[in-house]
Design a protein around this ligand. Sequence first.
Ligand code: GLA
Length: 725
Amino acid sequence: MSITFDHSTKTFYLDGKGLTYAFFINDGGYPAHLYFGAPITHDDIRFTLAGGSGSFVPTPAGNDDTNLSYMRFLPEYGFYGTGDYREPAVLVENGGGDRLSDLLYVSHEVLPSKPRISGMPSLDGGETLVIHLADSVSGFRADLYYTVYDDASVITRRAVLTNDGSSPCALHRAFSFSLGLPSQDYSVITLHGSWAAERNIETIPMHHGVVSVDSKRCTSSATLNPFMGIIAKGTTETHGKAYGVNLVYSSSFVLKAEGTVGGDTVVSGGINDFDFRWILEAGESLETPEAVIAFSDEGIGGMSRAFHDAYRDHLISKKHVFTPRPIVINNWEATYFNFDIQKLKDIVDAVEGTGIDTLVLDDGWFGVRNNDRSGLGDWFVNTQKLSGGLAKIIQHVHSKGMRFGLWFEPEMVSEDSDLFRAHPDYAIGVPGRGRCYGRHQFVLDLTRADVRDYIVSSVNRVLSENAIDYVKWDYNRNVTDIYSLGREKERQSEFAHRYALGLYDICERIVNGNPNVFFEGCSGGGARFDPAMMYYFPQIWTSDDTDAEERTRIQYGTSIVYPLSTMSCHISAVPNHQTHRITPMSTRADIAHLGATGYELDTSAFTDGDRETVRLQIEEYKKYEQLVLRGDLYRIDSPFETPYFNEMIVSKDKSEAILCVYRRLSVPNAEPKRITLAGLDPSRLYRIEGLDITASGSTLMNVGIAIKYPKTDFWSEIYHITQAD
Ligand code: GLA
């Protein structure tokens, strides 16, 4: 990996694993994009600037040379009002009321190490280049950060925006990056969804104008993930150029891909500029969230592996990322709100000897919480349900050699709660108006320091008074009624980003303040499944939909960006509580085993046979857990496009793999299906356990194997593949 500056051509070359990114400073001082793709040598590639759109293009102020028109170049960080009509990355209202910027190169530096973003999660490592841009009239500055890695095919981008003028200015847009791509021969891939149906894949042809995904919910949301794939024409899962952009951000975001008049594509995004206005006093800065931009010429699968490597090696807690995860029994679907100490003990006692090693006590243990209409915010034990307090069940769990986990929803308050009665102003709302309900509850104003202090002290009190090993951190509604009593009226449109900063602050103080506790993220299922949350939560509850058939799509869609190890997946009862579908227990286990596996059913009703089934399932999982945590994912057949869900996980050294095969419905006269394996070393010999096949990687990946399906719906199998020579 390296960052090189060619003084004669003023070109920067960023060389990372499997990629080169190049841009130059033109004669007008404008940083213009040149190339992003497979590694190239450091030639002078300014010959690619054939001229761009020449008609009706304004020239930069004071320079009547159309060759320098900003419209003729692809922006590294587009700005507004000085002749560039494409989507800008920044829109600043200067002290005098005009909204012009002319952000030109001042200097650059290569940093010895990657600086943290203050108050926001980001990736670590790599080599970082900073380009300093400034507007000589207003004094407004933009510092562009680029980091490149030798072990992951991504670059990261972000900007720091500073008001170096003498009067306040207001940002109406403060994106993290612009990325120019030649041509418009792309499709855009997005991940959309809803509760219990997260991260469906949608492919949209690129067109003139803007393709955009966003959230206005103060959370990254299940509606649209903060991800956009930009896939070259003809690219498939296994071949072709695939770019992907993912924001390390958990609040309202936007990503845009614009097909420009010049026939190119400009991708940009970051904090959503909808209902956004951020005042910068003289001397103040705003740091934008980090964008992770992946490139692969091995198709969509290669792009996914680039993200997976980047997040496992540079984002997720080093303490947990590759450490075997707790194998959980969660009581939610077993009991919902209806449990007592005895019931929990029965659930725990029934799993003794199975390998399940953690009880997670879900919603309902605190305040007056017998349904979802009350109690949130009152983080003290409901002794009517749990007589003897948490200690009694914790001691029991620990006496069995198991760990104890507890559910919280720290950002919320119920109207019917002591907290709301004492501090109604803690809930987000506009004075003089009623508040919208969401799951009968309100959201706490995390932009206020006193509210954050309450949350941190009340959650940390429970964690310090009890021997808690694991926390499930939930978030079950989205923000409405945006207004904070803690801000003056001119700053109300700073709310969405300040909510993110508030959330990261309480995560720093609760998650990092309790280093011996394992934290899992959750949001009404998997509605806040983003890299910023992954920085705090090594795994996130993927969906409230635990039906194995539904999970094939949810987990496949999630894997487009996120590593398998981040997906918390539970084996639940049938008929499934969300779909009423009955799938075989073995299939539920196989699908859940493609992530951080666990159980969520009433084990107190287990027979000895059930217990033995679970024991064998966990024994099996343990054999390939390291593949799930560290391996390379190769998707073979998509459940979105076929009746199959077939994928492989291959160890980094290619000595071991698993193949998961799944078919939705049984069909008459079914011929065996040929599956060509992927990701193996062509020259090595492999043995597939359970199929009695020994063959070279080249044979398995070209000839393939034949899978004979039994006459059963929702059938699956996981085959263990080991090197045999
Ligand atoms: C959300 C979560 C569930 C469960 C419930 C509890 O829906 O996704 O797993 O914790 O809340 O209320």
